[in-house]
Design a protein around this ligand. Structure first.
Ligand SMILES: Nc1ncnc2c1ncn2[C@@H]1O[C@H](COP(=O)(O)OP(=O)(O)OP(=O)(O)O)[C@@H](O)[C@H]1O
Length: 838
């Protein structure tokens, strides 16, 4: 082990010291932006498992372990001087009595500090099954036995909470189980793929689709960690009652920005450190574990990936500088590549069981661990100092991007949830009680003009912020406002910038106006639908189609009217019609205003593009150009954001309007159905001969009705309830698609295939139509079938029936004389009390 390696053995150097602030002079070494670091190897010896008394290894001191060798009988005589034990040296040896805190302090505490300084760090637990890896990394929740993961995160957050600087912490947690990667924070996402990101260097891999969660507090992180741990693949094996069958990788990224002064120039220092904490699955010998089946397969996968890791360690520890290291053999080594040879400070905690029966596994672990002590590589701090203004823009752009993607997701989520074209109208939309009482919050705000006001406020803030180029848009922890910086800018730049800002302001003003107009137009549309609904509600209540425009004040003179209007109806209908004509006038006015505003907006946009085009020729300095480009970009993103907000508003109004329309259509459909059914009833009773084309149309209508399947029949009785009733009649019926059987009374009829239910493959659907109960069967195939005829509360035999291919109806009136106890069925939801008053 080289002197330098020993010198950089930070994990064990001061186990009891507190985490010092990252920028104190103590960390001069860290201030150098790159250094050669060796992989730190710690060995933890777990206590002897219960029932084992004999041991095979011993801790000599804080750095050495000895393993007793087994001497074969023959060798004992042949080589009497042969040493009987083997000694191994490591950076740190933690004995059986080491506490969880001792292990954390000695191995990981300094990595946490390094991560805050902008380095990447990895700590991974290695060893045979049952040797204590999960105990070290995860431990037991709460109390003194919590593991490294919780301790590191705790310390990280404790530190961040005491600092004013801006930190963002994100985390992800995955497992590799049978060579498949699963997101432990979002297990529903299925298996994830590894993707190579060549932009970050050859072999740099990322897990595509892995959830990267922003964590704000220790509690939040703990909750995430607990959730992830519950998802881990863990089984009981002969060697370990709670054996982890997967490798678990927890990654915590700390992003920090802070202002610095360098040579009287204000800059922003960006640092990003990443800490991986890995609990590997344990290597196992099939003969020892006695695993079979699934466990054996898991074991094979675990061993293969650990073998690949061992090979990498072997290759990396060799003295040849041109060594070839094959990381591609397993997903584990591909993911650990950065930790083993890249820009990362790494600590390996090898775990051994001192019991005699575990000698082979423990010795193998010790051999690998000893090899790993020879690994060293160059580590660099991830730090970038950028011009303060540029960093502010970057930050604003990042915030806006996030906001835009959040809005986009929201729009698409809402679209999926509310896809009215595919779905039945929602209960909200169908229930006419809701139009007034349950409007979306956005809608309410639009109707009250509040949305606009709040948007204006929001934009005021943003536009005002621009006076200082984004000063105030992003909190900068009490740093000098950007205006001060800007005042120093040369006059030419300032003038150009003012032009850009004023064009942008105008753009935003017009966009706001457009949103206002759109909002108003949309609420007018919804209101118009509502008035139509009120009118159709009235028509439905009176079972009459409304004829023409307002009876209004002339209604009392309308002596030809077939019905008499009461005063209440007259006032309400008059109100509805006059509201409708007002709405139409308003719509016309706002449509014109909209097209004028769009025209103006296009002109301003053109002006803004022209300014951007002029930028290279009007400015000399690259920094100025970059600044103004970023300014334009910020504006564009602001504009995008506003456009998306507008889009969302439009969508929510549109959904609402469609909901109202559907309620109206359903009401119209109900009236139509009632008319058709009653006409049909009269025709049947009068035994009228129908023209064949009308008969065809009627059959078509029935088919359409039957295409809609209801889980509950129209009288509210679940279909399954019929299946419990005994069949009153079983008959072979020659059925046709859309054949109707009616019993001439309001007792529901039910038909199912002989011995089966209506769900059988022969019958596609059965429905009951008002007002006379008819059970209509829609067979998948024409032809003869056996059907059971079931009537609720009915035991008498119904006459044999035969439904011919032409779909002629069969009336059982003569076979029935018992009045039905079942109330008349209702096809659509009851009319709400709210609308009934109209
Ligand atoms: N240092 C220790 N002190 C007390 N108990 C320990 C220690 N190490 C391990 N154990 C106990 O031994 C058992 C096995 O440990 P653990 O599950 O951590 O092993 P592992 O190496 O993760 O095994 P696998 O690879 O099968 O998942 C557990 O009940 C654990 O609590």
């Amino acid at each position: 082990m080289s002197g330098e390696a020993r010198g950089s053995k930070s994990p064990s150097s001061s186990p009891k010291e507190d985490l010092a602030p990252p920028d104190t002079p103590r960390f001069d070494k860290g201030r150098r932006n790159s250094s050669i670091e060796k992989l730190i190897v710690a060995v933890r010896i777990r206590p002897l498992p219960a029932g084992e008394t004999e041991r095979c290894l011993h801790q000599l001191d804080r750095e050495r372990i000895v393993v007793e060798e087994v001497e074969r009988e023959k060798e004992k005589h042949l080589r009497s001087k042969r040493p009987t034990e083997k000694q191994f040296n490591y950076d740190i040896v933690l004995g059986e009595d080491a506490t969880q805190d001792d292990v954390y302090q000695a191995t990981t505490k300094n990595l946490v500090r390094d991560v805050l300084l902008g380095y990447n760090g990895t700590v991974f637990a290695y060893g045979a099954t049952g040797s204590g890896k999960t105990h070290t990394m995860v431990g037991q929740s709460g109390g003194k036995n919590v593991g490294i993961m919780v301790r590191a995160l705790n310390e990280l957050f404790q530190y961040i909470e005491t600092r004013k600087q801006r930190y963002t912490v994100t985390m992800s947690y995955l497992e590799i189980y049978n060579e498949n990667i699963r997101d432990l924070l979002n297990p529903e996402s299925g298996f994830l793929e590894l993707r190579e990101d060549s932009s970050k260097g050859s072999g740099y891999v990322q897990v595509s689709g892995l959830t990267e969660t922003i964590a704000n507090s220790t509690e939040e992180v703990m909750a995430l960690l607990t959730r992830g741990n519950k998802q881990r693949s863990c089984e009981s094996t002969a060697s370990n009652r709670t054996s982890s069958r997967s490798h678990a990788l927890l990654s915590v990224t700390v992003h920090n920005t802070r202002p610095i002064h360098e040579h009287n120039v204000m800059k922003t220092r960006i640092r990003q450190g990443r800490l991986f904490m890995i609990d590997l699955a344990g290597s196992e010998r099939a003969s020892h574990t006695k695993n079979i089946g699934k466990r054996l397969k898991e074991g094979a996968h675990i061993n293969r990936s650990l073998l690949a890791l061992g090979n990498c360690i072997n290759a990396l520890s060799g003295s040849n500088s041109n060594k070839y290291v094959n990381y591609r053999d397993s997903k584990l080594t591909r993911l650990l590549r950065e930790a083993l040879s890249g820009n990362c400070k790494t600590v390996m905690i090898a775990h051994v069981n001192p019991g005699l029966s575990h000698r082979e596994e423990s010795k193998n672990t010790l051999v690998y661990a000893a090899r790993a002590t020879g690994i060293s590589h160059k580590v660099e701090r991830n730090q970038l100092d950028v011009s303060f203004q540029i960093s502010q823009y970057r930050s604003v752009i990042a915030d806006l991007r996030n906001e835009i993607s959040r809005l986009k997701h929201k729009i698409s989520d809402d679209g999926d949830e509310n896809d009215i074209t595919n779905a039945e109208p929602s209960s909200k939309a169908r229930d006419p009680e809701l139009p007034n009482g349950d409007v979306e919050p956005n809608m309410k705000r639009v109707q009250n003009g509040e949305l606009l006001a709040s948007l204006e406020e929001e934009d005021e803030e943003k536009v005002n912020g621009e006076d200082g180029i984004g000063g105030g848009v992003v909190g900068n922890g009490g740093d000098p406002p950007l205006e001060n910086q800007e005042k120093k800018a040369p006059g030419k730049v300032r003038k150009f910038r003012e032009q850009i800002v004023s064009t942008f302001r105008e753009q935003m003003r017009l966009r706001r106006k457009l949103m206002d107009i759109d909002g108003h137009l949309l609420s007018l549309g919804v209101e118009a639908e509502r008035q139509h609904l009120i009118i159709s509600q009235w028509e439905s209540k009176h079972n009459k189609l409304y004829r023409g425009r307002p009876p209004s004040t002339h209604a009392q003179d309308d002596t030809t009217s077939e019905y008499l209007w009461n005063e209440h109806d007259r006032v309400n209908m008059h109100q509805a019609w006059s509201d409708l004509s007002y709405i139409e006038r308003e719509q016309e006015k706002y449509v014109n205003l909209r097209s004028e505003t769009v025209k103006k907006l296009d002109q301003v946009r053109e002006k803004s593009v022209a300014l951007e085009d002029e930028l290279p020729s009007r400015l000399d300095s690259d920094t100025e150009k970059e600044l103004l480009c970023l300014l334009i970009r910020v504006h564009e993103l602001e504009a995008d954001k506003m456009a998306l907000q507008g889009e969302r508003l439009v969508e929510s109004h549109e959904l609402r309007r469609r909901g109202e329309m559907l309620v109206r259509f359903h009401r119209q459909q109900k009236i139509t159905d009632d008319i058709i059914t009653r006409q049909r009833q009269i025709m049947e009773e009068e035994r009228m001969n129908l023209p064949s084309d009308l008969q065809d149309l009627y059959s078509l209508y029935q088919q359409e009705i039957h295409a809609t399947s209801y889980p509950v029949d129209t009288s509210g009785i679940p279909y399954t309830a019929y299946d419990a009733l005994p069949p009153i009649h079983s008959k072979e019926i020659l059925s046709n698609y859309g054949s109707t059987i009616s019993n001439g009374s309001d007792v529901p009829l039910r038909i199912s295939t002989s011995g089966g239910s209506s769900n059988s493959s022969d019958v596609e659907s059965v429905s009951v139509l008002p007002p006379i109960q008819r059970t209509t069967l829609t067979a998948k195939q024409p032809g003869r079938r056996n059907y059971n005829i079931i009537e609720e509360n009915e035991t008498e035999t119904v006459e044999d029936i035969r439904v011919p291919r032409d779909g002629t109806n069969h009336n059982f009136k003569q076979a029935r004389d018992t009045p039905s106890p079942v109330p008349p069925p209702i096809l659509f939801p009851p009319i709400s009390n709210d609308l009934r008053k109209y």
